[in-house]
Design a protein. Structure first.
Length: 201
């Protein structure tokens, strides 16, 4: 049983508040969508919840079975994908899968993973030679198929065509089971399966 507990969170850049007074408890086995207009702070909130950036005010607590998780170790529990996530472009697909598994194990064998992403012909290709859609599919695959109890996705279908949006929907419906999932988005097709909708305004 995992929980992320946010209490009176606020974030500002320079002198401008992006949002303030955000309180919410995120529960295991529930999928959440954080929605709002561009610039409302969806991505910023997701980064705060993941522990990537510090809050300007308020606090976040992570719990497993009622036991507090040290914030320095929380990264072990979460898998993340976003359009601005950087891949190591000098690696091949095979190399980046091996590298990823030093930190987070995948639910599939390397061969099964490559086949699931439909990248069989690109296993020895450098990531820098991937199209933007292929890179996004790889980011999503590494996150969705990692063996972590928490999954966070920011604008998951960015750079995906219709066929790969369908692949994302089929994959996320299967891989969200038994996980705490949080998706930041303003595209309904990215989150229409979520049980809880949180609007940032």
């Amino acid at each position: 049983m995992f929980q992320i507990i946010a209490e009176n969170l606020g974030k500002k850049f320079h002198y401008e508040w992006i949002f303030r007074n955000f309180s919410y408890t995120f529960e295991n086995k529930v999928s959440y969508a954080v929605v709002g207009n561009n610039g409302s702070g969806k991505s910023t909130l997701l980064q705060l919840l993941a522990g990537f950036v510090p809050a300007s005010e308020g606090k976040i607590a992570y719990q497993e079975q009622g036991r507090l998780i040290d914030t320095d170790n929380f990264y072990r529990y979460v898998a993340w994908a976003s359009p601005y996530l950087e891949l190591i472009e000098e690696m091949t697909l095979e190399e980046i899968i091996h590298f990823h598994q030093k930190f987070r194990k995948l639910k599939l064998s390397n061969q099964e993973f490559i086949e699931t992403l439909r990248l069989e012909k690109s296993r020895d290709k450098l990531i820098k030679n991937f199209s933007s859609g292929m890179k996004q599919r790889l980011k999503l695959g590494l996150a969705m198929y990692s063996q972590t109890p928490i999954l966070m996705l920011d604008e998951p279908t960015s750079n995906l065509d219709i066929e790969n949006i369908y692949w994302y929907k089929q994959s996320i419906l299967e891989q969200k089971k038994d996980r705490l999932v949080i998706i930041a988005s303003n595209q309904k097709e990215e989150y229409d399966f979520c049980e809880q909708i949180i609007t940032i305004s």
